[in-house]
Design a protein around this ligand. Structure first.
Ligand SMILES: Cc1ncc(COP(=O)(O)O)c(C=O)c1O
Length: 497
């Protein structure tokens, strides 16, 4: 239930019979008399609205095939006064257009995002999923490896997918730039991080790793150096290797407070490209403005192209600020390609849709000239519309997810310290991955292998993330409180043997 007020009016959203032909209801009341003036029942079956429901009760049917939440909000924005007059509202319209817009935004968010219980997960249902996380290993193995969350989908995304399936609407999509996806991204960046980008500088691509491979081909020659800050998401290493570029490892240094950039090593690197990851997978570092500025200075002095993978940027915990690298200034942007998507934060990686932002026309032209146009493949219709639904309508869901992850992160820190004091853990500043150093436990083989065999637990093996990572494993904690507890119990029993 959500409530907001506007002058003498109270707006009120509730969800009725969700999933059974029901849906959200928006009611508008007069505060002093509690009289209900308007009610919009945006139901899946027989949607309608009432004018003066507690008086003459005029009812008008809505189009069951339309997005009636969008229609309701647009109608009230256009002519709230007219609707109130029909409902015999006696008061005065004392609100400003900005106040009306803010109230309607709150109402729309609430209508589109019913309450969700992120702990209401059934292991049996999860095990029946067909995604890699749940299909890769036998069912007795509890998976905490690949970066995919266990939570239910955001309702706006579920609806867009459901509508497509209900209408057999899985044909060819219109050209991605005609869907509004680039505008949705530009508006989101402006609102959330104050980064102003032009939709014309954005290319819609299938996935981030494709963008990385494409960028390496566009901005460097075989044999030229690509700096990667290890430990790192393994496809960074694969992309450098597979395109015949030379890997220049710049290791993050584990200090008392977490992982730091080795600026001396970075300054001495011989390379054409810095393949950057912020927030960083697997350490969860969110690099500060001063760190980013030092990197930008080096990039300028060495003339590097910076390919900045910012896919985890919507999952930043309180107390940390995500700053897009290209937002540091026009000179920095001019050497930066930003790769990002909704797939990580909104948990839709199976839908294959991402974007590349180019900070200069030259970067864009070189990218587009690097490979034949059709080598990139097309982007699926479902990925395009799910991404737009994520960016435009699913922030309330994401806020709940980040709060849940934050609580899981605290649980993990507390339990690891209490139960496995030898394990070194620097809580991540963003995202749902814990990069754990098991070196002091001196486990036989790799920690991931050990826990797979003795705890029936699948973690990501540290060795995949770069050299000298043998003692590490990565654990994915984007799950319910109860499954996280099972993960920890399994680890404890294995270590107790
Ligand atoms: C840093 C980073 N980049 C890229 C990806 C994958 O992106 P995509 O599926 O769009 O290739 C991941 C997935 O975990 C990631 O952590």
């Amino acid at each position: 239930m959500w409530e907001g007020s506007l002058g003498a009016l109270r707006f009120h959203v509730e969800h009725r019979r969700a999933g059974a032909g029901g849906g959200p209801t928006l009611r508008v009341h007069q505060i002093d008399s509690s009289r209900e003036l308007l009610r919009f029942d945006c139901f899946d079956e027989r949607p309608h609205f009432h004018v003066d429901p507690s008086g003459r009760g005029e009812l008008t049917a809505l189009d069951p095939l339309a997005d009636n939440v969008a229609w309701t909000v647009a109608e009230l924005a256009r002519d709230l006064a007219g609707y109130l007059e029909k409902a015999a509202f006696a008061g005065a319209a004392t609100w400003s257009p900005d106040e009306l817009a803010a109230t309607l935004r709150g109402a729309e968010d609430a209508m589109r995002n019913p309450p969700v219980d992120l702990d209401d997960l059934s292991l049996d249902v999860l095990k029946s999923r067909k995604s890699e996380k749940w299909e890769q290993y036998p069912s007795e193995i509890l998976p905490a490896w690949v970066a995919e969350m266990d939570y239910p989908l955001a309702e706006p995304i579920r609806r867009v997918l459901q509508r497509a399936v209900d209408r057999d609407d899985v044909g060819y999509p219109i050209a991605p730039h005609e869907t509004g996806i680039r505008e949705a991204f530009a508006e989101r960046m402006a609102d959330r991080v104050g980064w102003h980008v032009s939709p014309g500088d954005i290319q819609v691509i299938t996935d981030i790793v494709q963008g990385i491979v494409w960028s390496l081909s566009a901005y460097s020659e075989p044999g030229q150096g690509v700096i990667v800050q290890t430990p790192i998401y393994p496809p960074f290493l694969g992309a450098v290797r597979d395109t015949g570029r030379r890997l220049v490892e710049n290791r993050l240094v584990a200090g008392d407070d977490g992982f730091e950039i080795d600026f001396d090593g970075l300054g001495g690197a011989d390379a054409r490209i810095l393949l950057f990851c912020n927030p960083h997978n697997p350490t969860g570092r969110v690099f500060s403005r001063s760190e980013l500025e030092r990197i930008a200075e080096l990039a300028g002095a060495r003339d590097w192209v910076v390919v900045s993978d910012e896919i985890h940027s919507d999952l930043v915990f309180p107390g940390h600020e995500f700053i897009p690298f290209a937002s540091l200034g026009p000179e920095v942007a001019a050497r930066t390609v930003t790769l990002t998507s909704a797939t990580k934060a909104f948990n839709i990686p199976g839908l294959r849709c991402a974007i590349a932002h180019f900070g200069s026309r030259e970067l864009r032209q070189r990218y587009l000239a690097a490979l034949p146009r059709h080598a990139g493949g097309g982007i699926g219709l479902l990925g395009l519309y799910a991404t737009i639904a994520a960016w435009r309508h699913s922030q309330p869901w994401l806020d709940r997810v980040v709060a849940h992850l934050d609580a899981n992160r605290a649980t993990l820190a507390r339990e690891l310290a209490a139960r496995f004091p030898g394990v070194v853990f620097h809580p991540p500043q963003a995202t749902f991955l814990a990069w754990l150093d098991f070196t002091a436990l001196d486990l036989p083989g790799s920690p991931a292998r050990f826990f797979y065999e003795h705890a029936k637990l699948a973690l990501s093996d540290g060795r995949l993330f770069g050299s000298d990572c043998e003692g590490y494993a990565r654990l994915n904690f984007a799950t319910s409180v109860s499954i996280l507890a099972q993960l920890l119990d399994r680890m404890e029993s294995a270590l107790a043997r």
